[in-house]
Write a protein that binds this ligand. Structure first.
Ligand code: MOS
Length: 694
């Protein structure tokens, strides 16, 4: 079942939630007004490994307005099913610096925060290991990588092919740790009332939070309601609940009042996830014309002792290019660090920095244009699975981008383009992201005047879901957009999958289209005569049967122009161009914003962002915006976002591929490749700071 685009889909409709957001009337989690409420503030461990031996809350409890101090000694017991990082305040063990060891609950936020500072914690400290190193003795092979990819893959004779290859690239690339920094920090309001709990939570998926909370407190899912209509960004860090959500519930249970808990920006750096640092060895073997015979990608990354997270960094190398002989591996170091987690395009983003940098090195070694090199290695089928691609627009993007960017005029020699004290260069990198969808359900009602209400627990984390889902519903119902009213962000609504994995629109849209078709059938049965009480249908989307027959991915190309100052090493990026092939765009305006945001984040990754581990303390030292540098407007030049229209009948009824993550993929490599073109210096270790160019 495919819906044709009628009027609503594709149009650059303004955000339906925009007026509420700019007038401050869209309530975010923490802003939910309550008559009587308490405030919670966490106390974090100051050691990286060991155990708490003394937790003295006397001074804190003596302060007026302090209601309780929770610790492993007195906090509510969570179900034994809850393990790892979420088993917060369940034992005296400390597994990383910044882990929550106590929680102060008070009548005001100021009191809670002050009291947290006077809780005395004494530790028995053990030696810790917090720095990622390539030492093979310290690495292990995880069973799977996120979410359930094979850890290693291998086919053909790698060593033989590399021995016989005319050109071999064998280089190691590194990316540092990065921290997700959504504009709205993580926040939860928990209301525990006679065994039931309501949460206003800043999350990417209310149903996912509900399920974890229900399990943790031994409740039925129906006893937990999670509400999240407006969310100020997540980038993956709000994909699953972190310990603060359970802490808020525990606190509310303990003091018998609703409890608000907002993490500070600094606290987020320890307890809300981050992207693992990576050490990636790439080996490419090719003939003199650049045709790949061998490609290997070996990844080293970190996880925490308290819980495993294995980033799927090498998976892109499995499907990007054709090569007879291929292998990928992932190895982890289990360190005394906070738990890494999802951050915008986990896997694809750091993985493509290595692959696309190596491809640029190969183009230079063979003396071939980097666009031509990629076209020569374009596979007819997915090299890993052997399945045909449902659609693959990489070559079309390369050609379109070359035109748009003016690539033809480029002198390929590095270091020859000089303007005053600036060296100028251009570079490209390919981009990709898998296209998936998950089972979701939707309910649609029509009243006797033909007004539709669409109900689904989708989440808008700033992406435009409010608007796009309304557009999809309008076309599927063949109704004007004004007749469609949408409700999202509440577990009281039909179950739907996360706003994650770039699959929100695909998953929710599919459920809405199914429900709309069902409702239109009902309307035909009653010949359009809607009964006074209206009509209502519920539909659950099915798994995509085509997913077993086709390899489904979005593709794109990133073009960058950089200027490197010869005296200071300063890098500017006056121009970025992204051309994407991602099926049909549901809304030209919100799609552009998504891709623009991804590319800006990619520029930020290339030049600015870096979480710096201090091995003495086992902690990231730059945990605020003063020291964790994120690209600001002044760092961003012109960003041209464009796409080619692509008809893909297999992915979902809308023909839409996800676009939430692909914008960040490849951007850093395009910039690094442009820096090489400008200077002749190959930076293989991000970020590209000026010291690396002098
Ligand atoms: Mo995304 S990192 O799947 O929210």
């Amino acid at each position: 079942m495919i819906i044709s685009r009628k009027q609503a889909i594709g149009a650059g409709l303004n955000r339906i939630d925009g007026p509420k957001k700019v007038t401050g009337t869209a309530p975010y989690a923490y802003e939910h007004a309550l008559d009587q409420v308490a405030y919670a503030f966490p106390v974090q461990s100051t050691i990286a490994k060991g155990r708490v031996v003394v937790l003295d809350a006397q001074a804190a409890l003596a302060l007026p307005g302090v209601l309780a101090v929770l610790s492993h000694e007195n906090s509510p017991r969570l179900s034994a099913e809850i393990k790892g990082d979420l088993a917060v305040l369940q034992s005296d063990q400390v597994a990383y610096r910044g882990q929550v060891v106590a929680l102060v609950v008070a009548e005001t936020l100021e009191t809670a925060r002050h009291a947290a500072g006077v809780v005395v914690v004494q530790y028995e400290e053990q030696p810790h290991e917090s720095e990622l190193s390539p030492d093979a003795n310290k690495l292990y092979k995880p069973e799977k990588v996120n979410p359930s990819y094979e850890t290693d893959t291998s086919s053909g004779d790698i060593e033989g092919a590399l021995r016989e290859a005319a050109v071999v690239i064998d280089q190691t690339y590194t990316t540092p740790a990065y921290h997700n920094n959504p504009m709205e920090p993580h926040a939860t309001v928990a209301i525990w009332k006679s065994g039931d709990v309501t949460l206003y939570d800043s999350t990417q998926g209310a149903h996912a939070v509900r399920d974890v909370v229900a399990r943790a407190f031994g409740l039925e899912p129906e006893q937990v309601r999670v509400i999240a209509p407006y969310v100020g960004g997540g980038f993956g860090s709000k994909g699953m609940p972190h310990p603060h959500v359970l802490l808020a519930v525990m606190a509310s249970q303990k003091v018998g009042l609703p409890v608000k808990l907002a993490l500070t920006r600094q606290q987020m750096f320890a307890v809300a996830g981050y992207r693992t640092p990576t050490i990636q060895r790439m080996r490419l073997g090719a003939d003199q014309t650049g045709r790949l015979s061998a490609i290997t990608h070996d990844v080293i990354e970190q996880t925490a002792t308290i819980q495993e997270f294995a980033e799927q960094t090498a998976i892109v190398t499995r499907m990007m290019y054709k090569a007879e002989n291929r292998a990928t591996t992932h190895r982890l170091a289990r360190l005394d660090v906070p738990v890494p987690a999802w951050m915008r395009a986990p896997g694809e983003c750091p993985g493509m920095f290595a692959l696309e940098s190596a491809m640029d090195e190969l183009a230079n070694a063979c003396g071939i244009d980097p666009i031509e090199l990629r076209i020569r290695n374009e596979p007819e089928i997915d090299p890993e699975t052997g399945h045909p691609f449902s659609s693959r627009g990489l070559v079309a993007c390369l050609r379109e981008g070359a035109q748009r960017f003016g690539w033809q005029q480029r002198d390929p020699r590095p270091g020859v383009w000089v303007e005053g004290r600036w060296r100028v260069g251009t570079g490209i990198a390919a981009s990709t992201y898998p296209t998936r969808r998950r089972v979701s359900s939707a309910r649609i009602r029509v009243d006797h005047e033909g007004r539709y209400t669409v109900l689904i627990d989708a989440t808008d984390i700033g992406t435009g879901a409010w608007t796009v889902l309304t557009q999809i519903a309008a076309d599927a119902l063949d109704a004007p957009i004004e007749q469609v009213h949408l409700e999202i962000g509440d577990t009281a609504l039909p179950q739907a999958s996360l706003a994650g994995g770039s699959m929100g629109t695909a998953s929710w849209g599919t459920a809405i289209v199914e429900a709309a078709h069902k409702l239109r059938e009902r309307l035909q049965e009653v010949r359009g005569a809607i009964p006074a009480e209206g009509l209502e249908v519920v539909a659950e989307s099915t798994e995509n049967a085509y997913a077993k027959q086709f390899s489904m991915h979005a593709f794109g190309v990133q073009f960058a122009e950089v200027r490197v100052n010869q005296d200071s090493g300063e890098v500017r990026v006056p121009r970025l161009l992204g051309v994407f092939a991602a099926g049909h765009m549901m809304n030209a305006k919100t799609a552009r914003s998504q891709l623009l945001g991804g590319m800006s984040m990619g520029l930020s990754m290339a030049l600015h962002e870096q979480s710096v581990m201090d091995p003495r303390f086992g902690d990231y030292v730059n945990h605020d915006f003063a020291e964790y540098h994120i690209a600001t407007n002044a760092d961003i030049g012109e960003i041209d976002v464009s796409w080619i229209e692509e008809d893909d009948p297999y992915v979902n009824p809308m023909g839409a591929k996800g676009i939430g993550e692909i914008g960040i993929v490849g951007t850093a490599a395009a910039i690094a490749n442009a820096v090489y073109h400008a200077t002749g210096i190959r930076v293989r270790d991000l970020p590209i700071t000026l010291d690396k160019l002098l």
